[in-house]
Design a protein around this ligand. Structure first.
Ligand SMILES: Cc1cc2nc3c(=O)[nH]c(=O)nc-3n(C[C@H](O)[C@H](O)[C@H](O)COP(=O)(O)OP(=O)(O)OC[C@H]3O[C@@H](n4cnc5c(N)ncnc54)[C@H](O)[C@@H]3O)c2cc1C
Ligand code: SF4
Length: 362
């Protein structure tokens, strides 16, 4: 129960009072608890920015209630809206999609990351409880934002499209198209980019949903004896290859080991899962062009082509700031947070932290 108490120190109180649906659930990410401890930083929590930093936040309602518009219902926007309304501001949240979550809806498609559903449940519940007016399915325009005292731009990110000859070839898809189910990958896939999203996409492409959702299939896949009869509960070699129907090659331009930037306490699991499912990872490549033959690269000084039915772009993200520029030009008080503010090194940890802290300072 250590991590769940970081995520919500009021876990027991809420349960006792019959408010279990208001618990902020630990999503078992390890990102700000174990990973911070292992890298000599004070422990924190992705879903609860207060954890370990309680004295930096206040719980008293605001003396100066404001009319606040939050544009974007991703992690950053939801966290801002819920906290601002809790402190007594009159908050309206605009979300272009017909559902909340933004990139979390893509993250949750990766094997094991459907736990983000709990974060969505929590923030959606808090927004409802504290009376946030939600305009789902409405892409806010500058004219919608007149009459607010403060506009929070949490419009997030869009996938970066590299400038490469042949980038408009029909085999090319973005990570968002693949993870949302808008596009289905073929049997031979190249994943361009081996950061966190590249790894998640590769795992999504080679893992059967039952391997994470069904405990029998999980145990069989990882050589676990669920009866604990055999020594160490090992029922075989956990790393025995389990090839997928898809052949996936993951590439990156950096010469560093692919996956070097993954979480200290979880990265090794993801790297092993990909190896087990036969995913090949290569660093230090130069992308040349894309055509019917596949992706042309130079690796170790040698030009080569990797045949592919589908080439998935996991080549970074661009901040979505078009609306912010327009609103600022109208002289409205605007603050940008999350991916809209800075797309580099973006994660939900930063997005939620920035959202809650901004709401405290409104
Ligand atoms: C596959 C994948 C796995 C990930 N895994 C993790 C992980 O394990 N841990 C982690 O910390 N992070 C992870 N992330 C990153 C995390 O999901 C994002 O960093 C975070 O959700 C970004 O939040 P945001 O609110 O800044 O932006 P977004 O999530 O992009 O939200 C922006 C929202 O604004 C809306 N919008 C845009 N313009 C308008 C407008 N004019 N009017 C109304 N609405 C508008 C969009 O529709 C969108 O819903 C992952 C991401 C992906 C894609
Ligand atoms: S950082 Fe993640 S794993 Fe750690 S307590 Fe918070 S939600 Fe749980």
């Amino acid at each position: 129960m250590a991590r769940p108490f970081l995520a919500d120190p009021h876990f027991v109180k809420k349960t006792r009072e019959g408010r279990a649906d208001e618990i902020n659930t630990c999503i078992a990410c390890n990102q700000a608890c174990l990973d911070f401890i292992f890298s000599d930083r004070p422990v924190g929590c992705l879903v609860n920015p207060r954890a370990g930093r309680e004295t930096e936040f206040r719980d008293t309602p605001t003396d100066t209630p404001k009319k606040v518009a939050v544009v974007g219902g991703g992690a950053a926007g939801m966290a801002t809206a819920a906290e601002a309304a809790r402190l007594g501001h009159d908050v309206t949240l605009f979300e272009a999609q017909d559902k909340l979550g933004g990139q979390l809806n893509l993250a949750r498609a990766a094997p094991g990351k459907d736990e983000f559903d709990e974060t969505l449940r929590y923030y959606a519940g808090q927004m409802q409880k504290h009376g946030v007016t939600q305009r789902l399915g409405q892409r806010a325009e500058a004219s919608d934002l007149e009459g607010f005292d403060h506009v929070v731009i949490a419009t997030g990110v869009t996938p970066r499209i590299p400038d490469l000859p042949g980038i408009d070839h029909p085999s090319v898809a973005t990570y968002a198209e693949i993870l949302s189910g808008d596009r289905e990958a073929g049997d031979r896939v190249v994943v361009m980019g081996a950061g966190g999203i590249g790894h998640d996409v590769a795992e999504f492409l080679v893992t059967k949903p039952a391997e994470t959702a069904n405990s029998d299939v999980f145990c069989e896949t990882w050589g676990v004896d669920p009866e604990f009869v055999s020594s160490g509960a090992l029922a075989g070699d956990p790393l025995a290859p389990k090839p997928s129907r898809r052949k996936v090659v993951m590439l990156q331009r950096k010469t560093a080991k692919p996956g070097a930037g993954l979480g200290v306490s979880t990265g090794w699991i993801l790297r092993n899962a990909l190896r087990k499912h036969g995913v090949e990872a290569m660093g230090g490549v130069t992308y040349e062009h894309i055509d019917d033959a596949g992706l042309h690269i130079v690796a170790d000084g040698n030009p080569t082509v990797i045949a592919a039915d589908t080439i998935v772009l996991c080549t970074g993200q661009e901040p979505e700031r078009a609306l912010a520029k327009e609103v600022v030009a109208r002289g409205v008080l605007v603050t940008m947070i999350g991916g809209a503010k800075e797309a580099a090194e973006l994660d939900a940890l930063r997005a939620i932290d920035e959202g809650v802290r901004l709401a405290q300072d409104l």
